[in-house]
Design a protein around this ligand. Structure first.
Ligand code: SAM
Ligand code: SF4
Length: 503
């Protein structure tokens, strides 16, 4: 039942934004997006000669945040051969930092009610074409049972509109509910081990509630870093109309103790080169204040949504530029994970996955859609549903395995406190890869046991054998004999039904 009146929504909105939680981050009253400087930097780095581009590429292997001039020079490259060299380096850097691992996850949309009117989004409050619903905790449980017990996900990102019915208390409750769900699967228990959150910016007091509830990553996309465009698509009388409240959402998260944050821009609203410069400036400001950058970067491309008017899209990014901007981001913020979502076609996914670290699979973005699909298909034709739905994540994983990517369901790093500055140090030194390599094999084997089709299990296990041989060759330089012996024993135990073993 909706207990919120227009008056109570107004009061809720008024107490949300605190000017002090913006002003404290400004330098001389200015935010970190200096538009004039971005334009000047882009301008002076046009037509850079190939030898300098190659020097910039070489520097990127030191896994440090790139200077604005270097990022601009890479962005301005239009020659396909030179772009190709950048893409090759991006793939190598992905491998150097994250090895051949890819993480899969699914979004769980919890509520479609929203007080904002973002021009591009179907959830905007003045859109009558969308059904408004907020999931109850029972419904959250049902969704989770399908995600963790049938599809086989271990990681979710929970997504919310901005509304008093989906406030911080609701978000925290959602997370707790999801973590509690355990579903018997073939030989173990299906469960979600990591819940990331994509929600509107929150004040520090609310962010602390999410931290206490066990948040994984807090993700807020700036949408566009360009002030004027931002104002155009986010009406000034809405909460989201406050550019700086959003710009410092992740700074506040850090101050609330959430040291795992994710940035992103919605490509298509403004010039893509400007947005990449904005993302790098965002990472730089986080590093300046907290000595750690974003854990992940997202780069969704605007897609048509029901009830929205697309006149405002003047900057749609074509496929070639899109692949190039991903490669540049990979080099510019080399320690960050990079997330591609299935807003993109399978062809695009395939062409950029070697530069990325995470992708979603078998996603449904309607409120309550996971359980609905399950129920419907149960009534209609259960087999077909089981095949279709599991084969979807299964197919993704099989395809990845064929390309030599191991799907990691590892969440050990977060549970052992390898987050924030600790993970940054490990990523930059390449050491995170060591723990993760072992855990990727163990969690992948677990997934193959509990969810894989016969064909995927065969392909997956062949890849695991290759991985084990590679690990064996790295004893004792990277792994002690004792660690390797324990790893083999863990692997064997997982094949015999033991679960959740990690380093
Ligand atoms: N309401 C919260 C907010 O705005 O931050 C979080 C939920 S919102 C649905 C999550 C993200 O979806 C937004 O940050 C935006 O980047 C993306 N999004 C919204 N409309 C989109 C569209 N038409 N195409 C692609 N992505 C879109
Ligand atoms: Fe959509 Fe988020 Fe904007 Fe609401 S605040 S209209 S959910 S993008």
């Amino acid at each position: 039942m909706n207990t919120h009146t227009t008056q109570s929504i107004k009061e809720w909105k008024e107490q949300l934004i605190s000017q002090d939680e913006i002003d404290r981050y400004l330098v001389d009253g200015k935010d970190f997006i200096d538009e004039q400087q971005i334009y000047t930097t882009l301008e002076k780095n046009t037509k850079t000669d190939p030898s300098r581009i190659r020097e910039i590429i070489a520097k990127a292997y030191s896994i440090e945040l790139m200077s604005g001039d270097d990022v601009a020079a890479l962005l301005q490259v239009s020659d396909p051969d030179m772009r190709n060299e950048i893409a090759q380096a991006a793939k190598e850097i992905k491998k150097k930092v994250y090895d051949n691992r890819v993480v899969t996850f699914a979004p769980l949309y919890c509520g479609s009610k929203c007080v904002n009117r973002c021009a591009y989004c179907g959830f905007k409050s003045d859109n009558p074409s969308v059904i408004r619903k907020v999931l109850t905790m029972d419904e959250i449980r049902e969704e989770t049972r399908v995600l963790a017990g049938i599809i086989g996900h271990k990681r979710l990102i929970v997504v919310f509109g901005e509304h008093p019915e989906t406030d911080a208390d609701y978000i925290a409750q959602t997370m707790k509910t999801i973590y509690e769900v355990k579903v018997p699967v073939r030989s173990g228990m299906g469960e979600i081990r990591r819940v990331n959150v994509n929600a509107a910016p929150l004040p520090i007091r609310d962010l602390k509630k999410l931290q206490e509830a066990g948040i994984g990553t807090f993700q807020v996309f700036q949408e566009t870093y360009h002030h004027e465009t931002y104002q155009k698509v986010h009406p000034a009388d809405t909460l989201k109309g406050n550019y700086r409240w959003r710009l410092y959402a992740l700074h506040r998260a850090m101050d609330a103790g959430i040291d795992d944050v994710a940035i992103g821009a919605l490509f298509g609203l403004y010039d893509w080169k400007f947005e990449v410069m904005g993302l790098v400036a965002h990472a730089r400001d986080l590093e300046r204040l907290y000595h750690i950058g974003p854990h992940t970067v997202s780069f969704p491309r605007l897609t048509p949504a029901v009830g929205t008017n697309f006149d405002h899209i003047r900057h749609q990014v074509n496929d070639a530029d899109f692949a190039h901007l991903i490669a540049v981001l990979r080099l510019a913020i080399p320690y960050a994970g990079m997330i591609i979502t299935n807003r993109e076609t399978p062809q695009i996914m395939e062409s950029v996955i070697d530069m990325c670290t995470q992708r979603d699979a078998e996603s449904k973005i309607g409120i309550g859609d996971y359980a609905d699909t399950y129920r419907k298909d149960q009534i209609a034709e259960r087999e077909q549903f089981m095949l279709n739905d599991t084969s979807s994540l299964d197919q993704v994983i099989q395809k990845l395995a064929i390309r030599n990517h191991i799907t990691s369901f590892c969440t050990a790093g977060y549970r052992c406190g390898r987050t924030g500055d600790k993970i940054m140090g490990l990523l930059k030194s390449g050491k995170e890869g060591c723990f993760c390599k072992l855990n990727a094999v163990l969690t992948f084997q677990e997934w193959l046991e509990d969810f894989a089709s016969e064909q995927t299990k065969k392909i997956g296990e062949a890849l695991i054998q290759k991985e084990i041989e590679e690990i064996r060759k790295r004893v004792p330089q990277d792994f002690s004999q004792a660690t390797f012996t324990k790893f083999l024993s863990n692997h064997d135990q997982i094949k015999h039904g033991v679960r959740d073993l990690y380093f």
